[in-house]
Design a protein around this ligand. Structure first.
Ligand SMILES: Nc1nc2c(c(=O)[nH]1)N[C@H]1C(S)=C(S)[C@@H](COP(=O)(O)OP(=O)(O)OC[C@H]3O[C@@H](n4cnc5c(=O)[nH]c(N)nc54)[C@H](O)[C@@H]3O)O[C@H]1N2
Ligand SMILES: Nc1nc2c(c(=O)[nH]1)N[C@H]1C(S)=C(S)[C@@H](COP(=O)(O)OP(=O)(O)OC[C@H]3O[C@@H](n4cnc5c(=O)[nH]c(N)nc54)[C@H](O)[C@@H]3O)O[C@H]1N2
Ligand SMILES: [Mo]
Length: 671
């Protein structure tokens, strides 16, 4: 029997799925042909969900550590023993050090609204240190907010009407595969597709043109394009007068970026910049799909702010098929019935999740004594992982990990709680790549003794005597309240009845929100931002690149973008995918390799002051001579010399306090 469900992985597409169930097991998964956006096709990872859900490596009972920290030696215990022990530890730590000595750490292993956020009310009620959820999109969001205001961008199907598509720092054919058919449709009608990315990724390989710039130089490129657009009168004066503020001052700033200067910053030819600007300025409806790449830099918010201004100069926001898209969708904006921020004591300490390494090794008054990890794998995904691992190895830290698999994080736990997969729970889903929401019921009963996060947090709340209503509501209750509490307007006039049958529902969000205006203080596109000036920041876009400040001794840049067969660190557990991926590699330009006597396939050491990892050399001109590329976050324990995040830094971006994952200076040599 085929049952309708939703892919809950942290990907913009949030695919409609059909799962074939026989004897309580998922035996096949395919795309739901009735989903209007994802349209019946899914990625290779989604097709392996049966192997993920029924993996022989699933953790199916609670486990208690029996060997030294990190040894991976555990013995099964009952749920009551596990929950009683965790509750007792929480009480003891709270009594001795106060509740802020407890730190929850979670992210997006499961994207359903209810189970993803099921721990918030519990930790708020405890008064535990509050985690800042900053690891992914905050810098991009902060930069876009300054230029365009908050809210969703253009719906991706709009791009089918465009005649020039710029994919700017996103590997769409890997990370947002359902956008591609719209770009392909535009190209069939003659559109040109240009990719702006430091290496020739899957998307660049399929494009008409690839601008292979140095990482962290996007703002300089965008400002130089503006320079050419202004100098050659390729701008829309009417739009600028009606819908923007600060044009004269922008003009002064853009004048500082003639193509010769910007070309030196970006490491490309000046002619490239001139040609790109002319293409952009003469297109009927140019569409920019902004990826996260430019934002994962120390000046990442400024990069996104600057790129997002380009459409305003040429009036593209009002042209059908033109404009800008980064994140879309949304709705169900008020989660407070679930997360209960009102339960959190005023002034509770906040900990930025990017700085987990420091939080576990340097934070004092009080130090973190109990770490509770769920829906995340910080040993693989958090930056500067040597410091994270040093923290996880602390004998005086009590660590709880709620997981499906024995990740490197779980291996360092004191108690492991077996997590139910999305196939085993009911939840409500919104997306960030399309404008639909959907609900799903469990398609199978829980595997082994696995439990959902809602179930676990409610059981712990009962043990601690928390009796607020939130600790006894069911998934159905939360679904009804979340829908009733929406204040975004995205549900206004929407027929929600298909949700009960598990069918997607189109939100009331316009396909081109920016054609209707901007959520900025002025209501216009802000070339010049008074809000930035008031914060003591540069009110204009700025193209000064910021390199890794700790890397002066290391000559090469290094980026760590996503792999087609992994979702952040998830799917490492699926043997058939591991086989397809082969051993972990680093892309090195042949000239760079030759200068270091590195031959194809050699085991190399990539290192900087923060750490080193060992990988196999892939010699290719898909990357620049000054750039190494490590695709995908392998489980550190599965790679010969640990994970790629040993190389990344906890330094925070210019705005949004996000991680600059792609801003690293390194060296490489034969291992
Ligand atoms: N298959 C797969 N899909 C995924 C994920 C995954 O791990 N695997 N992860 C999911 C998640 S959580 C997210 S947030 C999204 C992210 O997906 P994307 O928006 O695609 O963003 P990034 O992961 O940052 O990397 C995208 C591209 O940015 C490039 N890049 C790096 N630095 C720079 C720079 O300074 N300038 C420019 N122009 N480009 C740069 C990289 O080379 C890479 O090709 O994808 C989601 N989808
Ligand atoms: N170097 C580098 N580091 C990065 C990035 C990068 O581009 N480069 N990308 C960053 C980004 S964009 C993000 S969003 C973060 C992501 O960080 P995370 O959200 O921590 O990403 P995952 O690796 O997917 O970890 C999720 C964990 O949840 C578990 N899990 C998945 N589904 C379920 C479930 O249904 N139930 C239970 N109980 N557990 C489940 C999985 O087994 C997995 O171990 O990583 C960041 N780290
Ligand atoms: Mo992300």
């Amino acid at each position: 029997m085929w049952k309708r469900t939703v892919c809950t992985k942290d990907c913009p597409d949030t695919c409609g799925l059909l799962a074939k169930v026989e004897d309580g097991r998922v035996v096949a998964v395919k795309g739901d042909p009735d989903h209007p956006f994802t349209n019946g096709f899914i990625c290779r990872k989604g097709a392996s969900f049966p192997a993920h859900v029924h993996s022989p490596d699933r953790i199916t009972t609670p486990l208690r550590r029996t060997g030294p920290k990190g040894s991976g030696r555990f013995a099964p215990i009952s749920w009551d023993e596990a929950l009683d022990e965790i509750a007792a530890r929480i009480r003891a730590v709270t009594a001795e050090s106060g509740p802020e000595a407890i730190l929850p750490y979670s992210y997006a292993g499961h994207m359903g609204l209810i189970h993803r956020h099921a721990g918030h009310a519990f930790f708020n009620k405890l008064g535990a240190s509050a985690l800042k959820y900053t690891i992914c999109s905050n810098a991009a969001g902060a930069g876009l907010k300054v230029s365009l205001g908050s809210g969703p961008g253009a719906d991706l199907p709009e791009s089918a009407k465009s005649d020039l598509i710029l994919i700017w720092g996103g590997n769409i054919r890997t990370t947002n595969i359902h956008a591609w058919p719209f770009f392909a449709a535009a190209r069939r009608n003659g559109a040109r597709l240009v990719v702006i990315d430091p290496y020739r990724n899957d998307t660049a390989r399929a494009a008409d043109e690839h601008v292979m710039l140095r990482p962290g130089t996007d703002a300089a490129l965008a400002l130089s394009m503006m320079h050419v657009l202004i100098a050659e009168e390729l701008i829309d004066r009417d739009y600028i007068a009606r819908m923007t503020v600060g044009y004269d001052r922008l003009k002064g700033r853009a004048a500082e970026y003639p193509p010769e200067r910007a070309a030196r910053i970006c490491g490309i030819e000046p002619e490239r910049i001139v040609r790109l600007a002319r293409q952009y300025g003469s297109a009927r409806a140019p569409f920019i799909r902004g990826g996260m790449g430019p934002a994962r830099q120390l000046a990442g918010a400024m990069a996104m702010r600057t790129i997002a201004l380009l459409p305003a100069l040429v009036g593209a926001f009002e042209k059908p098929g033109g404009g800008f898209s980064r994140s879309v969708g949304g709705g169900i904006s008020d989660l407070s019935c679930l997360t209960r921020p009102d339960l959190r004591p005023a002034g509770t300490r906040e900990v930025n999740m990017v700085e987990l390494g420091d939080a576990l090794t340097r934070l004092d008054d009080p130090p973190v004594r109990l770490l509770y990890v769920y829906l995340s794998n910080p040993a693989a995904v958090a930056p500067q992982s040597r410091r994270v691992m040093a923290g996880l190895l602390r004998e005086d830290l009590f660590t709880v990990v709620h997981e499906m698999f024995m990740t490197d994080t779980a291996r360092h736990a004191d108690v492991i709680l077996p997590g139910a997969s999305f196939m085993e729970m009911a939840d409500l889903y919104r997306a960030y790549g399309h404008n639909y929401i959907q609900a799903a019921e469990p398609v199978i009963p829980p595997v082994g003794q696995c439990r959902t996060s809602l179930d676990i947090f409610q059981s712990l709340a009962a043990r601690l005597g928390f009796d607020d209503e939130v600790f006894s509501l069911t998934e159905k209750d939360f679904m009804a309240r979340l829908l009733a509490d929406d204040t975004s307007g995205a549900l206004d006039g929407v027929d929600l009845s298909p949700l009960a049958e598990g069918r997607p529902v189109r939100l009331n969000i316009p396909a081109s929100p920016y054609a209707k205006g901007f959520n900025t203080p002025s209501g216009k596109v802000e070339f010049y931002s008074e809000a930035m000036a008031a914060r003591g920041l540069d009110p204009l876009p700025d193209g000064t690149p910021v390199r890794d400040p700790d890397g002066a001794r290391y000559p090469l840049e290094c980026i760590t973008p996503p792999h087609r067969l992994l979702l952040n660190s998830a799917f490492n557990e699926v043997a058939e995918l591991r086989e397809m991926m082969g051993p972990p590699t680093v892309k090195i330009h042949p000239e760079t390799a030759a200068a270091r006597d590195i031959g194809p396939g050699a085991l190399v050491r990539v290192f900087n002051g923060r750490g080193e990892c060992r990988l196999y050399a892939e010699l290719t001109d898909d990357t620049r001579p000054d750039l190494l590329v490590i695709e995908g976050l392998r489980w550190p324990g599965l790679t010969p010399g640990g994970g790629a995040n040993q190389l990344t830094s906890q330094r925070l971006t210019d705005m949004g306090e996000t991680c600059a994952f792609h801003c690293n200076l390194v060296e490489v040599e034969l291992a």
